[in-house]
Design a protein around this ligand. Structure first.
Ligand SMILES: Nc1ncnc2c1ncn2[C@@H]1O[C@H](COP(=O)(O)OP(=O)(O)OP(=O)(O)O)[C@@H](O)[C@H]1O
Length: 374
């Protein structure tokens, strides 16, 4: 358990002209599970490595339990890191892999034995302790890597894409296992991934990064329901939010040749922010578009031809168009054919508005209080 504060942290690599991490500010509470998420190259691993002490911090302060850590050696930070490639010693047994760091620290044998067996029990590795890593599955190896970190009883766990080498099924199993483990151990955890599903399912708070800069910090629900800009809106949620060019008067919303009636509160947002009758970008999540809604309301439906219908099991993804944009709808119906003409309805209570140029969300003053922007 540890409190971590990062104040105005910047990173400039020697051979790089621009900052890789720009003014990173974050206060992490005891027991939090923070997920840093963002596209490849946005500076997630660099940030994690600065916390671990594997990279120098160019500017700013890193505090763990109120103690400045910038110049403290990695081994003295009381941090354990789990990497993507597990980095297990191939010639050692599972037991020895887990015990190694404790042996180096000269911890006595019986204490090592206790800690390794306790970790093995929690991780379901008891029957594999005598095996070498090559005789384990990917998921079991990743559990050994977690166990190796756990036995050190660190104040902080850092995890850098620990699941990206696993297949989809194992990844979702391990996601649940890591969440369970975190609840049990309660260690402050910072987890890096580019996978928004991992971020949404595991995080107590998500930090979304782009080009070295924090875009938004919030709980999974906050960033999903109230994205601060088009980037966050498009990054969180799968399939991605649809973005459509539109204009809205004080009576109706126009998309291409189609006209819709939208809730008064939505019009009010555009009115109070000065966006009525101006081109805006509309954000509609695929799950907020419905087929055969229970109450069909003509003012929010449109007829369209489905270009591609993808059956996902209990639901379908429908690819079509609205205005001059492509549109993806996630609907419960599972019997829609490619090329079929159907009626879809949009839940306009759930739409988002973005400035066409700045791509920032257009929101009422009340809404903006709900959102934390860095
Ligand atoms: N040692 C280094 N020297 C110079 N530039 C580096 C160094 N390490 C990383 N970078 C650059 O810094 C940027 C951020 O890299 P980083 O690994 O932090 O991104 P990331 O968000 O973790 O990406 P990924 O998801 O691909 O791992 C990249 O443009 C990368 O090329």
């Amino acid at each position: 358990m540890a409190k971590i504060v990062m104040k105005n942290i910047k990173k400039r690599y020697k051979n790089s002209e621009s900052l890789t991490v720009k003014d990173f500010n974050l206060s992490i509470d005891h027991k939090e599970f923070i997920v840093l998420v963002g596209p490849s190259g946005c500076g997630k691993s660099t940030t994690l490595r600065m916390i671990a002490g594997l990279e120098d911090i160019s500017e700013g302060d890193l505090l763990i339990e109120e103690k400045r850590m910038n110049d403290v050696a990695p081994k003295n930070r009381d941090i354990a890191m789990v990497f993507q490639n597990y980095a297990l010693y191939p010639h050692m047994t599972v037991y020895d892999n887990m015990a190694f760091a404790l042996k180096i620290k000269k911890i006595n044998k019986s204490e090592i034995d206790l800690r390794v067996k306790e970790a093995a029990k929690i991780l379901g590795l008891e029957e594999y302790l005598k095996r070498k890593p090559k005789a384990l599955s990917g998921g079991q190896r990743q559990r050994v890597a977690l166990g190796r970190a756990m036995v050190r009883n660190p104040k902080v766990f850092l995890m850098d894409e620990p699941l990206s080498n696993l297949d989809a099924k194992l990844r979702s199993q391990m996601r649940a296992e890591i969440s369970k483990l975190h609840r049990k151990l309660g260690a402050t955890t910072i987890y890096v991934t580019h996978d928004q599903t991992e971020a949404m399912t595991m995080a107590s708070r998500i930090v979304i990064m782009k080009d070295g800069k924090i875009q938004q910090i919030g709980t999974p629900k906050e960033v999903y329901d109230h994205p601060v800009n088009r980037f966050v809106a498009g990054f969180i949620g799968s399939p991605s939010m649809n973005f459509i060019s539109a204009t809205c008067s004080d009576t109706a919303l126009k998309i291409g040749d189609l006209t819709f009636t939208i809730p008064k509160e939505k019009i009010e947002i555009l009115k109070t922010t000065g966006y009525l009758n101006k081109k805006i970008t509309l954000g509609i999540r695929p799950e907020d578009i419905h087929h055969e809604p229970k109450e069909v309301n003509d003012s929010n439906t449109f007829e369209t031809t489905i270009d591609v219908s993808e059956l996902m099991g209990s639901e379908s993804l429908l690819y079509t168009s609205l205005g001059d944009s492509t549109l993806i709808a996630k609907v419960n119906s599972t019997n829609i054919a490619n090329g079929e003409k159907i009626t879809l309805s949009i839940d306009f209570n759930k739409i988002h508005f973005f400035d066409k140029d700045t791509e920032e969300v257009i929101q009422s003053t009340n809404q903006s209080k709900l959102i934390s922007i860095s």
